[in-house]
Design a protein around this ligand. Sequence first.
Ligand code: ATP
Ligand code: LTN
Length: 337
Amino acid sequence: MENKTQKKVILSGIQPSGELTLGSYLGAIKNWVALADEYDCYYMMADLHSITVRQNPADLRRRTLTQMAAYMACGLDPKKSTIFVQSHVPAHTQLGWVLDCYTMFGELSRMTQFKDKSAKNADNINAGLFTYPSLMAADILLYQANLVPVGDDQKQHVEICRDIASRFNGVYGDVFTLPEPFIPKVGARVMSLTSPENKMSKSDKDPGGCVYILEKPEDIVRKFKKAVTDSDTEHCVRFDRDGKPGVSNLMTIYSAAVGKTFAEIEAEFDGRGYGDFKSAVGEAVVELLRPIREETERLLADKSYLESVYRAGAEKAGYVAGKTLRKVYKKVGFLPR
Ligand code: ATP
Ligand code: LTN
């Protein structure tokens, strides 16, 4: 594919199905920002994916715009990265359909996210929830992305994308670039503050377990004060994911927020109680998120600027995606119009 900058390509996205969480910031967005200079980046609000679970229309619109403002407040510069709304680029659904026909029932049935979400939404196990990964593969393959920065839970979806792309390439020649997942060393799987055996998730029924990136400082501090620590007797801050999941999760968050290693954190809190530690983590997260919240609020006050960003984003993304789609249509044998 023609890539004027000759930079390698990144694509990633988040569904505007809830407010962004500290988990999605540390697991994904932080890396998007870190990689934005080095790569030709496409970052989207995955609104098509979000309707696999029932959404309130007004909330979905509001969250899509808020999410875009938050991406920018986290440090994404629309002059450098292409920021767009997935549903604004029809090529995603168009390629999604084609890839559905190159994706096997058996491989979709093995997807952990499908199994989890079907269990949580037993009254709405729709076909979109099932074919979610082939639409995600279309998102990635349309831009010939080399890297897909995501949290650990999305690794399986990037792997199935590679499988679909290889299958297609096997039949038609080198149409798609095979992408790699890019998963952070620290923060790939931030756990719930109240049940550290589960992933922190925006659709979690227990709001105490999840910290939102736009949350008020006093609420953040309160949630960390109430975070579950471990019932072992040693009462010390030590990293042990299996033996001390609560403390280890807080150490992961603290490490990602302030940039200290686990050994440095253990030394800092040596001889101090869990109470002190939890307050320190809460304060560190407040300081990490404060500028993001303030900048998001500032950006949201200027709707026409936000509109200009997503319109330009859709234009650029649509151009690049259109080229891949045309190639695919030709390869599979659709009669040109
Ligand atoms: P939902 O509850 O709707 O499934 P979610 O909170 O799990 O949503 P996603 O929108 O699925 O979040 O994820 C957005 C991005 O953030 C993905 O790249 C995902 O891997 C990453 N991510 C989400 N939650 C976490 C987490 N707890 N730790 C690390 N990364 C995360
Ligand atoms: N499935 C992802 C969101 C997503 C995505 C993508 C991520 C949709 N399309 C393409 C990376 C690349 C999730 O976070 N649940």
